[in-house]
Design a protein around this ligand. Structure first.
Ligand code: ZN
Ligand code: ZN
Ligand code: FE
Length: 762
């Protein structure tokens, strides 16, 4: 007889791990015990040598679906001669456990709610240890029923029995519930009057949606606004009421088969959309069919569609009854955080939704749908929330007690514990009182959950970001980090990389270390984590500053003025026509005097400028719209000779990449009738070649691609392919977004490299 002790860390609590160990040990005839400890799970097993070996093997290979092991200490101890195997009571004390994200309904639960002989038939709050809500209902650790929003519901005897039986799928499933004891649905009108309850509420909602009404549906991590995806008129009504003229809406479809009726789907995309994380996945729309299912207005002028499958029993039942794909967009007004409370929904969504399908299981925190895309063979996170947050990013040597407050757009925050960074769910643009409140709630609750008392607070270098002011409210020591450097460190951290390497950091804008607006940066990060700006695009003025972000025509005028030093419109009829006579006079005056026209090296504004010259968009109503239009022109274009750029500067100075030869070619091509599609292809390919030239000149061997511009899937793929061809090792974002949603992770990493903090790292 021998005895082994295992100490396991990772996602091993609240995922059916102890029953799994119990079943495994008893099936092998081993004795001993398993218990949840402060750091994870501790196991002692006793038996014959070969059986113990098999146990050790299957402990790693047969894990329950939601669990993973980050570390496993195995040791031999003296045999104790137990007579059986048991699940022991948990030890108390400090917890190092990880909060799990919410997971989509598993196949077993799905069968139960669709089986009329099951006691959970049609019950929209069914779940088990393999699926269901976690992060969205947790109020405190350790993860136990009183620490969730299910604490008000007392389990009935049947549920209690499941909960206490180690062999049951619902053993210690904290949100366990059934129609007799759990939460229920209600259908409300706009004043909060109850129109129907339980399944009747769901059926009436289905009828209303079929009739073309807009339903606000309380889901897992917040409200969705749901309406028919066809015809155009119903989608346009939602756009008018939500004040969202053209930004794409996501779609929910019943199952994979119904998605195939309007989208094409690759193997990786199929795996993602059907995964327990169940994110929104960007899929290519079919052009041959599906027009009568999804109207043009769902994602105007967009060859892709964000699609998700039902991920809670409520959504499964709703989609079963509906039988048609629907628009399912965040329950909010423009870019505010998603609404989570039904009474709040009446006021915040009152002007948008006709009816409200609500329930009485409180949502502890808002968690939006995550969004992913696939480029080539790589997956790319675009918005990280449900299914992923708040899982930590492992970062060897990361000191604890750092809080990073992120940027201004697509804000997320990060807190650190030793060797781990917890990146929050997507919060949103920091432009409303609602966002600020959400920011404070998210930051406070992350610190509370993980018992972190912020010591060091990291913010962006931009003095006017709302988050810069908010940073003062947390911790004692405040550090500032340059925006594009944080982007590079974010990509390095998730890929587990150290310097030296070259970071290509391209986005719309960020506060530069020299007072100009950066955005087309090549930063070399050395082994000690410090950075040097090795190259950037030639500067040009942005007349109107912030206004230029919403008006690509201003980027174009600034660029053309910088080229000619006298005429901001001359060579481009579309830019000239984009302004009225008085506007042209004002603009020229501003440029001549340099008034309210900050200088920028932004790659994002370069996209805007070319889009304006091509007449694609002179004004936009959501971030990145013009650059997206440039990308969409590439559909079906096979190849294009890259436009040339100029390169100035020697090895000691930053290399200045001159876009003028490229713009001259764009103007000439567009005059001589070359198609915009071809021009766009040559532009994209030219940008990728800039990366090759700079990478070669700086002598880098490894390159990371980061910043919002790399959400452009063609640019990303082309840059990866070309760099690989040229023998560079290239890394991209997978776990966190390349956009400002990943900034907080990089900020935390930047802090860990700073003197004084660095010592704690080592
Ligand atoms: Zn389940
Ligand atoms: Zn029950
Ligand atoms: Fe950025």
């Amino acid at each position: 007889m021998h005895r082994c002790r295992y100490i396991l860390r990772g996602a091993v609590q609240g995922v059916g791990f102890r029953p799994f160990v119990y079943r495994l040990a008893t099936s092998l005839g081993l004795t001993g015990w398993v218990l949840n400890s402060a750091s994870g799970v501790t196991i002692e097993v006793e038996g014959g040598d070969s059986t113990l070996a098999e146990f050790g093997e299957r402990l790693r290979t047969d894990l329950p679906p939601m669990s993973w092991i980050s570390s496993c200490d195995e040791s031999r101890v003296d045999p104790a001669g137990d007579s059986s195997f048991e699940i022991r009571h948990s030890e108390g004390g400090e917890t190092e456990a990880v909060v799990l994200p919410d997971m989509a309904t598993c196949a077993d639960c799905r069968c139960e709610i669709l089986d009329e002989n099951d006691r959970r038939f049609l019950y929209p709050f069914t779940n088990c240890t393999n699926c269901g809500p976690r992060f969205s209902i947790i109020t405190a650790l350790p993860y136990d029923r009183p620490g969730t929003t299910m604490k008000e519901f007392t389990m009935c005897p049947d549920c209690r029995e499941e909960y206490e039986n180690p062999l049951d799928r619902r053993f210690h499933a904290q949100p366990n519930a059934c129609p007799a004891c759990g939460p229920h649905l209600e259908l409300w009108d706009g004043r909060g009057t109850v129109l129907a309850t339980r399944h009747e509420a769901l059926l009436k909602t289905v009828h209303a949606i079929h009739d073309g009404q807009i339903a606000a549906v309380k889901g897992l991590g917040g409200f969705h606004l749901i309406t028919r995806a066809y015809p155009d008129e119903s989608v346009k009504r939602l756009r008018r009421r939500k004040m969202r003229p053209s930004k794409p809406f996501a779609v929910m479809a019943e199952d994979l088969e119904s998605v195939l009726a309007f989208c094409r789907i690759g193997e990786i995309e199929k795996r993602l959309i059907t995964s327990p994380e169940a994110p929104i996945v960007l899929l290519r729309r079919r052009t041959d069919t599906g027009g009568e299912l999804i109207s043009h207005s769902v994602a105007p002028h967009n060859p892709c569609l964000g699609v998700m499958l039902p991920y809670t029993p409520l959504h499964i039942l709703l989609m079963e009854e509906l039988g048609i794909p629907v628009v399912a967009t965040s329950g909010n007004l423009s870019d505010e955080p998603i609404c989570t409370d039904e009474h709040e929904a009446l006021s915040r969504l009152g002007g948008i939704a006709d009816i409200f399908l609500v329930h009485d299981r409180p949502i502890a925190r808002h968690v939006d749908d995550s969004v992913l895309a696939v480029t080539g063979e790589r997956e790319m996170m675009l918005r990280r929330a449900r299914g992923y947050a708040p899982l930590p990013v492992h970062s060897e040597g990361m000191p604890p007690m750092i809080v990073a407050v992120g940027g201004h757009k697509k804000n997320t925050v990060a807190v650190t514990r030793k060797d781990q960074v917890f990146l929050s769910q997507h919060i949103g643009d920091m432009e409303t009182a609602e966002s600020i409140r959400a920011f404070q709630e998210v930051t406070g609750s992350l610190c509370d959950l993980y018992r972190i008392e912020p010591d060091i607070v990291v913010r962006d270098m931009h003095p006017d970001y709302v988050t810069s002011a908010l940073a003062t409210g947390y911790g004692k020591r405040i550090l500032t980090v340059q925006h594009h450097y944080a982007h590079v460190l974010s990509c390095m951290t998730e890929n587990g990389l150290d310097g030296p390497l070259l970071g290509v950091s391209w986005d719309g804008s960020g506060y530069g270390a020299d007072g100009t607006i950066w955005g087309g940066e090549f930063l070399e990060v050395s082994a000690d984590g410090s950075f040097e700006r090795r190259a950037h695009f030639r500067l040009f003025p942005l007349p109107g500053a912030e206004k230029a972000v919403r008006e690509p025509r201003r980027s174009a005028a600034g660029l053309l003025w910088e080229m000619s030093r006298g005429d901001p419109f001359g060579p481009s009829p579309s830019v000239r026509e984009a302004f009225s006579d008085p506007e042209r006079r004002i603009l020229r005056g501003m440029l001549e005097k340099g008034f309210n026209s900050p200088l920028t090296s932004s790659a994002g504004r370069l996209f805007d400028a070319v889009a304006s010259i091509l007449g694609l968009h002179q004004r936009i109503d959501f971030e990145g719209q013009a650059a997206m239009a440039m990308e969409y022109l590439l559909e079906g274009v096979a190849s294009g000779e890259p436009y040339s750029f100029g390169f100035k500067g020697n090895d000691s100075d930053p290399i200045v990449i001159d876009w003028e030869p490229m713009v001259t070619s764009v103007l000439a091509d567009s005059r001589s009738g070359v198609s915009s599609r071809e021009i766009s292809m040559r532009f994209h390919n030219g940008l990728a070649e800039c990366i090759i030239v700079v990478a070669k000149r700086t002598g880098a061997s490894r390159v990371v691609l980061t910043g919002g511009c790399f959400q452009n899937r063609y640019l990303s793929r082309r840059a990866v392919d070309r760099l690989s061809e040229e023998g560079f090792e290239v890394h991209t974002h997978r776990l966190v977004p390349p956009n400002d949603g990943g900034l907080a992770l990089g900020q935390a990493a930047a802090a860990s490299f700073m003197p004084g903090i660095r010592d704690r790292r080592e």
